[in-house]
Design a protein. Structure first.
Length: 258
């Protein structure tokens, strides 16, 4: 199994890291397939659909590096007593993959997630809502799901406990790209380079979306930016800000993290 598992809390720079790997590792692939819900996401195996299982088992058996995305907690990936072949495959991928985890400032994550989901709630209400990113097939709601801040904090801290995981700061990848990528490539045991290629946000989103759709059906290459909705967290729309009350709430519920 020649797989790289890229894990994160949602809106932490996951696709930026994936696309940086694609651009700087020869023949690395982030598969896209018309029978997948959106992209090559480990959590899609919890759907227990035969087509998705077949796609995964076929694509991970490759001589070239295959990148798999995940927003799962480590305990949602590491399933010592799987109930079926789907959970067994999730566990095998988790155990056998090279593992990267990208983290981002929690306030930036929550602002980006708010804009990405476009909820009807106010931003203050949104960050206090219960976490809804739960794999109900293997766990119920827990204390750390009490609000979005505590879940973000728990997500990072649980991954910090895992062995053999390379942690990457989104800020470092953005501001010191070449050095950070060379460090990642060294961890993955791939050749380093003096001239790193940095993936860019597409200028024409209509063309980008068309490329994504064509690639979904095997009619074109995956564009340089693999995100479903790139740059969703920026633009002309009003960007929510943390009020004094929001900052106090964040400080109360965010445990010590990176």
């Amino acid at each position: 199994m020649n797989t790289i598992l890229v894990s994160s809390h949602r809106r932490s720079g996951t696709h930026f890291l994936i696309d940086s790997l694609r651009k700087n590792i020869s023949h690395a692939e982030f598969p896209n397939h018309r029978h997948l819900p959106a992209d090559f996401n480990l959590g899609s195996l919890f759907s227990k659909k035969e087509k998705i299982y077949s796609i995964f088992t076929k694509l991970i058996d490759s001589a070239t590096p295959v990148i798999i995305k995940s927003h799962l907690l480590p305990e949602e990936c590491h399933i010592p007593s799987p109930k079926d072949k789907f959970e067994a495959l999730i566990n095998d991928i988790f155990m056998e993959s090279q593992k990267l985890y990208i983290s981002r400032d929690g306030k930036d994550v929550l602002i980006s997630l708010y804009r990405f989901l476009s909820p009807t709630a106010s931003f203050s209400e949104f960050i206090q809502e219960r976490n809804d990113h739960i794999v109900k097939e293997i766990r119920s709601a827990q204390d750390y799901d009490l609000n979005r801040v505590s879940y973000w904090s728990y997500h990072i801290n649980q991954w910090l406990k895992e062995d053999a995981v390379k942690f990457i700061s989104f800020a470092d990848l953005m501001s010191n790209f070449a050095m950070t990528m060379n460090d990642i490539l060294n961890f993955l045991d791939f050749p380093q380079s003096d001239e790193m290629g940095k993936p860019l946000i597409p200028n024409n989103l209509l063309w980008h979306n068309l490329q994504k759709k064509l690639n979904h059906y095997g009619l074109a290459k995956l564009p340089e930016c693999s995100s479903v909705r790139p740059n969703k967290s920026s633009g002309a729309i009003h960007k929510p800000k943390f009020s004094t009350t929001d900052n106090e709430f964040f400080s109360r519920h965010a445990k010590a993290v990176l």
